[in-house]
Design a protein. Structure first.
Lengths: 113, 155
């Protein structure tokens, strides 16, 4: 199994805002904001509380590329992507937001984990 | 390597520049160390070690000046000793020491917008002050405070 730890990609559709990656991150570089909505399933039935992802940031100035977030994610919403060239002029530029992380997403079948 | 602590002497802030100029005239032209120590609660101490590298074995002199913890200020040495300018920029950002006469005390090492003087003992350690991102929860409830195993975290 080969894993290239270049950058972390996020599949926003797979993230359920369970906060496991945030709580297991050893250097606190992930933040997630979300809220809950009550959704009635199509075709009837009891309405369900669903977590909705609002914001997801990873501070690559803090990240030590340990991969614990990738391993802990129960829905495989975080994956390593091959890009290694994402320099920034200042420390704030290393904080990648939800659209940026989604752009890094390598695809569900792109990599072995 | 020579022992320079034998020559260490404490100088008044008012006589600081004259003492350094006299040491430079005595041949101590090489700046070996220019730093400060926060002797909380007894104020700050600025240290200057100069070497004479023209002789063997090297000889050196150590000067120190005591400053108050609030609004510490000591005249700049940048015109006497050009290489002191960067050291004074570092002392200014790390300890908050003012150097009247310095050509420009802009931050040397700290990132733009950094607040505070991180080598002062009164500076809060970021690792203890930062909020744990895991406290956030989509339900709006705070489920626990701090990661498991963190010192001081409630069970």
């Amino acid at each position: 199994m080969t894993t290239r730890r270049g950058v972390l990609g996020l599949d926003p559709a797979a993230c359920t805002v369970c906060m496991l990656c945030v709580r297991d991150c050893p250097d606190w570089c992930i933040t997630i904001e979300g809220h809950q909505e009550r959704v009635a399933p199509e075709g009837g039935g009891r309405s369900r509380l669903v977590n909705v992802l609002d914001a997801f940031t990873i501070d690559f100035g803090l990240c030590m590329y340990c991969g614990i977030c990738v391993e802990v994610c129960p829905h495989d919403a975080l994956r390593w992507a091959p890009a290694v060239d994402y320099p920034a002029a200042d420390a704030d530029g290393l904080v990648h937001d939800l659209p940026q992380l989604a752009a890094w997403w390598p695809g569900r079948d792109a990599f072995e984990r | 390597v020579t022992s320079i602590t034998a020559d260490a002497r404490s100088v008044d802030a008012a006589a600081w520049r004259d003492s350094v100029a006299a040491a430079l005239d005595d041949g101590y032209r090489f700046l070996a160390l220019y730093s400060a120590v926060d002797q909380d609660p007894n104020g700050l101490e600025v240290l200057l070690h100069l070497l004479d590298v023209e002789v063997r074995p090297l000889r050196g002199v150590a000067l120190q000046v005591a400053l108050p913890a609030d609004a510490p200020s000591v005249p700049s040495l940048a015109d006497l000793l050009p290489t002191a300018a960067w050291h004074e920029r570092e002392l200014h950002e790390m300890f908050g020491i003012a150097f009247p006469g310095h050509p420009g005390l802009e931050p040397l090492l700290l990132p733009p917008g950094f607040a505070g003087h991180p080598l002062r003992k009164s500076f809060p350690l970021a690792g203890r002050a930062a909020a744990w991102p895991g406290d956030a929860d989509p339900s709006g409830r705070v489920r626990r405070s701090g990661p498991l195993g963190r010192p001081g975290a409630p069970r």
